[in-house]
Design a protein around this ligand. Structure first.
Ligand code: GDP
Ligand code: MN
Length: 388
């Protein structure tokens, strides 16, 4: 779950990270009223969209008076920033900036550790810093069992060569940021810029937070974040059906049971020259209802030219899966060819059930590679190479 900046700042504040006072509003009048409540001009009017570079796009403006707030808020509300329409603006007390830094925590899967990144070159996109001046980013790997000690944080801050004035504040914020990341079950927390004020305080001026949606059972209050998720139409429809779906740009619809198999399916479609239209995990079971829902979501995607159903029977037996597919196909009118690969527990029984229903537009293949090649061929694409 990706948070808007204002939600990220509210999240940070709970862990004691200093952020500016502000209010999120949706109308020009409310923006002016919020600025008057903050009372301490200048204030900043900030477009709330889940995309970076808002400043450059004209979505962040300083205002010295209520009239200026009115002007900026009316320009920014409704503005399009990289395909995202601004519906909410955040009004906050402006900060004086002496220096801009960058700080983040995320998971480094290959190292099996958390990765902290800190740079004295903040305010700009970190990808650009990583490209042009990689030495300017101080990295730290944190063993999740040991956690982040104050001593390690001090060394890390020293390595980043921040202004010595910022050391104390930075160590404090980074430890709180680590707590927010771990205790808040985040996948990413990023502050860019983390600022040093002329007065010597360190402060989070921006917030980018991605929370782990699977941790909702520990954080019932994350419902409010869930409610503001930005999804494309396909993702919204899939979400309402309880499917694990991620929209992609290709033309082969993918249905698989289990996230690992769904990912492998996406990979193999790519390897044989196809482009997946989506990632879709229907989970452990494969009831007719779930299968019909999955087929509907994929069938409503105009880019899809063929569909790959890749099922490995486990606790859910092959015959149950096959019956689910047959029933689902009876319910949903599918316009493109389908290729099925069914393996695992009682695959033979399942294939027997499917056999009488097979046709040019509903084919079955014995292996995953065969099925991938066939489904890509039926989409009118593919190559001769790929895995053997
Ligand atoms: P982003 O462009 O989407 O990453 O938005 P940010 O919140 O990071 O703001 C972009 C830039 O606007 C910052 O790097 C600052 O230079 C500037 N900015 C944002 N808030 C303030 C503020 O309170 N005071 C001043 N002086 N500049 C600000
Ligand atoms: Mn930023």
């Amino acid at each position: 779950m990706d948070l808007y900046e204002y939600q990220g700042k509210q999240f940070f504040a709970r862990f004691g990270i200093p952020v500016s006072r502000g209010e999120a509003v949706t109308t020009v009048d409310d923006a002016v009223a919020a600025a008057e409540r903050i009372a301490d001009y200048p204030v900043v009017v900030k477009a709330q969209v889940q995309v970076g570079g808002r400043g450059k796009a004209g979505g962040i403006k300083l205002a010295d008076t209520a009239d200026e707030v009115r002007t900026h808020a009316s320009n920014i509300l409704g503005m399009d920033i990289k395909g995202h329409t601004v519906e909410v603006v955040w009004i906050e007390q402006a900060s004086d900036i002496a220096e801009e830094y960058y700080a983040s925590f995320t998971l480094d899967r290959s190292a099996k550790k958390h990765l902290g990144m800190l740079s004295a070159q903040g305010g700009v996109e970190i990808e650009a810093v990583a490209e042009e001046n990689p030495d300017a980013i101080a990295k730290i790997h944190v063993d999740p069992v040991d956690g982040l000690t104050e001593e390690a944080t001090r060394q890390w801050v020293a390595a980043a060569q921040l202004n010595p004035q910022a050391t104390g504040g930075a160590v404090d914020i980074l430890q709180k940021l680590y707590n927010a990341y771990v205790d808040g079950d985040a996948d990413l927390v990023e502050i860019n810029p983390l600022i040093l004020k002329p007065t010597g305080e360190v402060h989070a001026l921006d917030a980018k937070v991605t929370l782990d949606g699977n941790s909702m059972f520990r954080h019932p209050d994350y419902e409010t974040y869930e409610a503001t998720q930005v999804r494309d139409e396909r993702e919204q429809a899939a979400h309402e059906k309880g499917l694990q779906y991620v929209g992609l740009d290709g033309f082969v619809g993918v249905i698989a049971n289990g996230a690992g198999l769904a990912m492998s399916t996406v990979d193999i479609v790519n390897q044989v020259g196809g482009e997946p239209a989506n990632f879709l995990d229907i989970g452990g079971g494969a009831s007719a209802e779930v299968m019909a829902g999955a087929l509907e979501v994929i069938n409503n995607d105009p880019k899809v030219r063929s569909i790959f159903i890749n099922i490995f029977g486990g606790i859910t037996k092959g015959e149950e899966v096959a019956n689910g597919i047959v029933t689902a196909l009876g319910r949903v009118q599918i316009d493109v060819p389908i290729v099925i690969r069914l393996d695992g527990t009682n695959a033979d029984l399942g294939r027997e059930i499917l056999e009488p229903h097979l046709s040019d537009s509903l084919q079955m293949q014995p292996t995953m590679v065969d099925a991938a090649r066939k489904v890509v061929e039926l989409a009118g694409a593919g190559n001769q190479g790929g895995p053997r």
